[in-house]
Write a protein that binds this ligand. Structure first.
Ligand code: AHR
Length: 494
């Protein structure tokens, strides 16, 4: 059994948006309190930000961070989270049944973004919130001093505008669980009016419309068509969300989840094109996958009215990491239409990082993100993969390999990202380059293991980590590899 991967540096899908390597931070569980912000921790700096968490996120090179929710957003009033800390109210957060102390708010979030060199993406509350409140937040964040909310920001210690470029028009408004849930027509009208007043405050902002919260929604993808038809000319992106699961412990199907992810992008890309044609619009909208991850083992969401309770602290294993690796491959393969993606979330809650009082654990899923973010830069190439097929219950016959490739013509640097779904045997694979073929593998990174359920725990924090193999020459644009079963391999080339 062998496989072959053909890579032609002239067969270009598009430029890889750096915003595909983004994250999502919500006031949920211990993501903010006990994660990003933990003033009582010996790992915190003078402002209360966890240094170890920030350093690990820096290594991921997060380009954009979405905040403050999530379901939390739809009951959140941003005024509660700014100004002197001692004056900020304690509230019941109805979404996660927790106590929100508001000790971390918009300005602290902006500080974290600056520390990470990431762009901020703020959500406005379109559940219990008004369009006036949304416009006021844009003024608070982006207007120069000289008007009420901009002056308030200055009085809070931030005279220079935050210049927030990306704004989400609510969160998952299609979901009956959402506080202030609306049907598609009502949401479309509210989002359109919010977009209008927000843009009157700052015409430069980029707006993201709520798409369906999952492909499992009965209203998918009709919701997307309807809200786009109402808002197409007022917005820039359509949001999509999805959390992968393996409830049935069906390894074969789970390892083929790229098929599901690609279909979701294709369906919504087609919906964007359809609405553009119906409206005779000259504008092109893009997709923002601003919540994605594996989430099914710990779905706890009721905080018992505690401050920063541990919720949904999913522990990730090797098979989850291989699903995350495929997700990142799909982002590269769909980079012509998909411009933003945010892993949900970034620490403690459904996250690649787990912070304790003592230190920080990197889950398995941290590593494919680390590698893809480091090497998935430049142009994405349209790879041809010939691999043996295997049968899956959910997706029918699927190739054993899932592959993406990047190439930077300016530097000659390139990378190949390969998930090997085979369970038993290594797969001998020949990589064949055409066009500007590289001459050398600089490094080969490999994340693998015998047991798909292996995970990193406090007792064994480095059980599933990538190993780096030495580089090697590439002869005449050809290289033969033996890919271990259950593996994610990244070849960095020059
Ligand atoms: O990320 C956790 C939750 O999942 C978010 O609050 C919500 O948007 C989604 O349903």
């Amino acid at each position: 059994m062998t496989a072959r991967i053909y890579i032609d540096t002239q067969r270009i899908i598009g430029e890889i948006s750096p915003l595909l390597f983004g994250g999502f931070a919500e006031h949920m569980g211990r993501c903010i309190y006990g994660g990003l912000y933990d003033p009582g921790s010996p790992h915190a700096d003078g402002r209360g930000y966890r240094q170890d968490v920030l350093q690990a996120l820096r290594e991921l090179r997060l380009s954009v961070i979405r905040y403050p929710g999530g379901n939390f957003l739809s009951g959140y009033h941003w005024r509660d989270g700014v100004g002197p800390r001692e004056e900020r109210p304690r509230h019941r957060d109805l979404a996660w049944q927790s106590i929100e102390t508001n000790q971390f708010g918009t300005n602290e979030f902006i500080e974290v973004c600056r520390l990470l060199n990431a762009l901020p993406m703020l959500g406005v509350n379109l559940g219990t919130g008004t369009i006036e409140e949304a416009a006021a937040l844009v003024e608070y964040c982006n207007a120069p001093v000289g008007s009420h909310y901009a002056d308030l920001r200055a009085a809070h210690g931030y005279p220079t505008p935050h210049a927030v470029p990306y704004w989400c028009l609510g969160n998952e408004m299609d979901g009956p669980w959402q506080i202030g849930h609306l049907d598609a027509l009502d949401y479309g009208k509210k989002a359109r009016e919010a977009a209008k007043v927000m843009r009157l405050q700052d015409p430069a902002i980029q707006l993201i419309l709520c798409g369906s919260s999952s492909t499992s929604m009965r209203t998918y993808p009709e919701w997307d068509r309807l809200v786009l038809e109402t808002c197409y000319d007022q917005v820039d992106y359509l949001a999509l969300h999805y959390y992968a699961t393996n409830h049935d412990n069906d390894l074969g199907s789970y390892l083929a989840m790229a098929a599901q992810f690609e279909e979701q992008v294709d369906t919504l890309a087609a919906t964007l094109r359809y609405v553009k044609a119906v409206l005779r619009s000259r504008r092109t909208l893009y997709l923002s996958w601003d919540e994605w991850n594996v989430w099914y083992k710990d779905r706890s969401g009721r905080g018992g009215w505690q401050e920063g309770p541990p919720l949904s602290e999913e522990v990730y294993n090797l098979e989850d990491a291989l699903v995350v690796g495929q997700w990142l491959n799909v982002f590269l393969r769909k980079c012509d239409v998909l411009k933003i993606a945010c892993i949900a979330q970034i620490v403690n809650t459904i996250a690649p990082l787990h912070a304790t009082q003592d230190g920080l654990l990197r889950h398995t899923t941290y590593y494919p993100f680390l590698l893809a973010s480091a090497y998935g830069r430049g142009l994405s190439l349209d790879v041809l993969t010939q691999a043996p097929l295997y049968d899956t219950r959910l997706f029918g016959p699927m190739p054993l390999l899932d592959v993406a490739a990047s190439h930077d013509p300016a530097t000659g640097a390139g990378a190949v990202f390969i998930v090997n779904r085979s369970v038993g045997e290594p797969l001998v694979t020949e990589v064949v380059w055409q066009g500007a073929a590289p001459t050398r593998v600089l490094a080969r990174h490999e994340l693998t293991g015998d047991d798909p359920k292996a995970f990193n725990g406090l007792a064994e924090p480095n059980r599933v980590v990538p190993r780096t193999l030495p580089g090697q020459p590439i002869q005449d644009g050809r290289l033969t590899l033996s890919l271990p079963p259950l593996s994610f391999t990244v070849l960095a080339t020059t």
